[in-house]
Design a protein around this ligand. Structure first.
Ligand code: HEM
Length: 204
């Protein structure tokens, strides 16, 4: 179902009549500079996002700005973080649009999306539970264990998202190459264009 949608997205959406007509996805992939501009923008947005969330998380861990109330740090910085996040999501979706099927069968991309979801759930838990009591520890140099745990989880999850985002460019585990059974399973290579090839060379 997801794959069928991505096939349509990659090959049919925006395609005009005629043999040489391209879909919007194919046109984006084939464009001289647009993909590169999108990737550069993704990275610049990422710097704003990661740089600002780092400051808020380090304050929650009691490492930086210990004499400034948590609310002052977060009220000042979080609007920039949110702007950076929206920017990164929009440019990320643009990058994805150029090669939806490639990313769909890519282990790095899949883990990146799972960690992104975990990081977002962590934010929801922080806002709905831990932040409710913030009034009582707002000015503490060392926030309570719950807040520190959420901050540590946030930093770790974003670090994985960034690392796996960078790793997408490496094709070590691409479908169609001989891969361990686990990788073929995790990337759903069997239904990909390049298929699943077992390490032994036989089709599993
Ligand atoms: C805060 C969230 C995100 C972070 C921290 C992040 C991080 C990264 C990083 C570090 C790269 C590597 C850039 C490079 O090496 O040039 C990257 C590339 C990429 N990201 Fe994101 N990303 C985020 C969100 C998203 C989202 C929401 C999507 C798509 C729905 C996405 C799709 C992509 C794609 C398709 C690439 C290009 C990979 C390639 O072909 O080299 N990203 N991201």
């Amino acid at each position: 179902m997801i794959r069928a949608f991505l096939v349509w997205l990659q090959t049919a959406l925006g395609k005009g009549a005629g043999d040489t007509a391209q879909s919007w996805s194919e046109a984006l992939l084939g464009s001289l500079n647009f993909w590169g501009l999108l990737e550069g923008s993704h990275l610049i947005g990422l710097m704003l996002f990661a740089g600002t969330i780092l400051i808020v998380d380090l304050r929650l861990l009691g490492v930086t700005f210990r004499r400034t109330p948590v609310s002052v740090v977060s009220d000042t910085i979080l609007p920039l973080t949110i702007f950076g996040f929206i920017f990164v999501v929009i440019t990320g979706m643009g990058l994805f649009f150029a090669k939806p099927l490639f990313y769909y069968h890519n282990i790095w991309f899949r883990v990146k999306m799972i960690m992104l979801a975990i990081a977002l759930i962590n934010i929801l838990v922080f806002h709905s539970r831990i932040q409710r009591t913030q009034g009582s520890w707002d000015s503490d140099a060392l926030p309570p264990a719950g807040a520190r745990t959420a901050a540590a989880l946030s930093l770790s999850a974003w670090l994985v998202v960034i690392t796996f985002g960078r790793l997408i460019a490496y094709d070590w585990f691409e479908c169609g190459k001989p891969q361990p059974a686990f990788i073929n399973w995790a990337e759903e290579c069997k239904v990909s264009e390049k298929g699943a090839v077992a390490l032994s060379g036989a089709h599993p």
